[in-house]
Design a protein around this ligand. Sequence first.
Ligand code: 5GP
Ligand code: MN
Length: 343
Amino acid sequence: MLTNTEIQELTSLLKNKSRIVITSHTNPDGDAIGSSLAMYHYLLKLGNEVEMVVPNSFPDYYNWLPDSEKIVLYNKQSKYTQQLLNEADVVFSLDYNALGRLGALSEIMQKTKGKRILIDHHIDPEIESFDYCHSSVLTSSTGELVYDFISKMGDESLIDKKIGEAIYTGIVTDTGSFSFSCNRPETYDITAKLVKLGVDAQKIHKLIYDTFSENRLRLLGYSISHRMIVWEELHTAFIFLTKGDLKKYDYQVGDTEGVVNYPLSMDKINMSLLITEKEKQLRLSFRSKGDFSVNELSRKHFNGGGHRNAAGGKSNENIDEFIERLKSVLVEYKDELDYKMSL
Ligand code: 5GP
Ligand code: MN
C-alpha cells in the first residue's frame, strides 16, 4: 500500500497536466474495463490528457459504460498504442500484477519511460516493474481499489455517478454478483456510497448479465450437456470447447464468460475448469470453492495464475493430451481436493 510520502508525490504528479495512459490486461473483463474507465474519468477531472489501452477486445456487454468506445485496442491500433505509451509521462497498470499479462503489449510497456503506477488485487505483484504500487489481495476488485486510491488522493468528493458506475461494474463482476471475494465490510461501505451517488445496481446487473444472444445461451446448454466431464473422485468437473463448437454457436468475445462457474454448483465439486481451444493454444479458466488454490495450481502446472478461487492459464497441448496431463496432475492433489464446505 502507498506511504504518505508516495501519496504526496502522486498528488503532484497527477495534478500536473500530465499525459497519462491507463492500461489493463489481455482479454479484459468487467473489472479491467470498469476500473480503467473510473480512473479515466477521475484523471480527466484533474486536468490531465488521458488515454486507455488494452491488448485486445472486450465483451460488447460493457459498451454501455460511457466512453468505453474510447478504449484503444492494441491488436487493432498497434502503432498508435505504441506512440501513446512512448509519449506518456505516467502509465497506470490496472487489474494485473505483472507486465507479462499484457501479452504482445508487454514488450512495449517494458520500454516506457513514464512513471508506472500499479493498482491491483492479484497475489505477488511484480513490484520491481513499478514506481508506485497500490496493491492488496484482500480487496474484492481493482474497481474497489480505484475508489480507495481516489480517496487517498483526497479526492473522494470528485467521485460522481459516472465514476461510480464504472467502479460498481468492477466490484459486481469480480465478486460474481457478491458471491465470492466479498467478505470484507469495506466492499459494502463503498457500494453503499456508490448507490447513494445514484448508481442503479439493478439496472447495471441487467446490462451486464441479461444480454445473452440465443447462440450464447445454447452454447452454455451444450457445454453442460455435451462437453462436461465429472471426475467425482477428484471433486473436479471440467468443460472443454473445441474451435468447431465455438464456430457452430457463432462465438463472440465474452460468450464463454461464466460457463466455468456452473460445474462448481454441484455439491461434490470443489474445482472446475473451462478449456477453450483458441487459434494457437488452449485457454484455461479455473475456479474453486473453499481452500483449494487454483492460483497455485495454475502457476505450477498451467502457465498462469490469478486468485485463490479464480485463475487463468494456457497450454500448447491438444485437448486430449491436456486432459490426460490434467488427470495426472490432479491425482497428486487428490487429498487437497477432498473437502466439504461448512460454516
Ligand atoms: P478468467 O478465468 O476469468 O480468465 O481469469 C480469472 C482470474 O485469473 C482473473 O483475475 C485474471 O486476471 C487471472 N488470470 C487469467 N489468466 C491469467 C494468466 O494467464 N496469468 C495470470 N497470472 N493470471 C491470469
Ligand atoms: Mn480484477
